[in-house]
Design a protein around this ligand. Structure first.
Ligand code: PBG
Length: 326
């Protein structure tokens, strides 16, 4: 006699629905989008099939479509012309800059869409680093960078951003940005901190999209060592203490253990960033006919929910929403 037969809970679709432990809905999705200068311009990102850099008018069109699919949030990233980049990333807090205009126009066209905006120096930096590079030592300086991040955050909040997303990994930046926002009257603007952001080769295609790869050196002195797990909890406690509203783990796929660990140690919502390299791997293998891209996508997205994240930043957002809605 066999008392326990786990398969009894698997035989029929109805039973499988009843015992399903996790669910994925469009409410969980955040769509990252790239914006460029110009009009009626869409430049595909070669290493991210299906993803493009949009001029503001086409970006607005894209956001409207995402809204009609029920996606609650977009995360915007600017791809700037090299002539606008310098060592202090001054364009990042130009209130009339490309990024600020993009935020304003998306907000105008889709007031209910939650706009998240990235904060880090790299898209505006001639050095391609997230912080200021000391010209003598080549070191990424922490405290001076905070001031630029705060100016950038205020400029984005003024333009209409709902969620500031510091992705730079400087020490103390969440608290510094929180203070600066509050002082300027933006106490309702949220911060989604890139809490556990690892130094990862999975960001390659994203750096192609923004042409933002470091000109020299690497990001190991500020992004986390992928051998470490406890350190993610240290960052978790700091970001909580400094006033973050949502904590993010990045990349996602190889870091499900980090999501799960953080889930057990914080009451704050957790986001997973299903990054560019993870998207590129699935697309490339699917193109070759080696995997079923759609099925792998849905399985991957559910794994972020199962690990304990509440929301997922993913380039699959539109594709997945279409499947989830039908
Ligand atoms: C920049 C930033 C990066 C990503 C988001 N913000 C790249 C990096 O840190 O070099 C990566 C996103 C992705 O790969 O999809 N601060």
């Amino acid at each position: 006699m066999m008392i326990s037969r786990p398969r009894r809970n698997r035989y029929r679709e109805g039973i499988r629905k009843l015992v399903r432990e996790n669910s994925l809905t469009v409410n969980d999705l955040i769509a990252p989008l790239f914006v460029i200068e110009g009009s009626n311009t869409e430049i595909p990102v070669a290493s991210m099939p299906g993803q493009s850099r949009f001029s503001i008018d086409l970006l607005v069109k894209e956001v409207k479509e995402l809204q009609s699919l029920g996606i609650p949030c977009v995360s915007l990233f600017p791809a700037l012309d090299d002539t606008l980049k310098n060592s202090m990333a001054t364009e990042s807090y130009n209130d009339d800059g490309l990024f600020q205009r993009a935020i304003k126009e998306v907000k105008n066209a889709c007031p209910d869409m939650i706009i998240m905006s990235d904060v880090a120096m790299d898209p505006y930096s001639s050095d391609g680093h997230d912080g200021i590079v000391d010209p003598k030592t080549g070191e990424i300086v922490n405290d001076e960078t905070l001031d630029i991040l705060a100016k950038m955050s205020i400029s984005q909040a003024k333009a209409g951003s709902d969620i500031i997303g510091p992705s730079d990994m400087m020490d103390g930046r969440v608290g510094y940005i929180r203070d600066a926002l509050d002082e300027e009257g933006f106490s309702k603007t949220s911060i989604m901190s890139y809490t556990a952001k690892y130094a990862s080769a999975f960001y390659g295609p994203f750096r192609d999209a923004l042409d933002s790869a470091p000109k020299s050196g690497d990001k190991l002195s500020y992004q986390m060592d992928f051998a470490n797990k406890r350190e993610a909890l240290r960052e978790t406690y700091l970001d909580e203490y400094e006033g973050a509203d949502i904590l993010m783990v990045k990349p996602g796929l190889s870091y499900l253990d980090i999501i799960s660990k953080m889930r057990e140690n914080t009451m704050l919502p957790i986001a997973a960033y299903n990054v560019s390299g993870e998207y590129a791997m699935v697309k490339a293998a699917a193109e070759k006919g080696w995997i079923d891209g759609e099925k792998v996508m849905m399985e991957m997205l559910m794994s972020f929910k199962r690990a304990g994240s509440d929301m997922i930043l993913t380039y699959f957002a539109k594709e997945a929403a279409k499947i989830l809605n039908h």
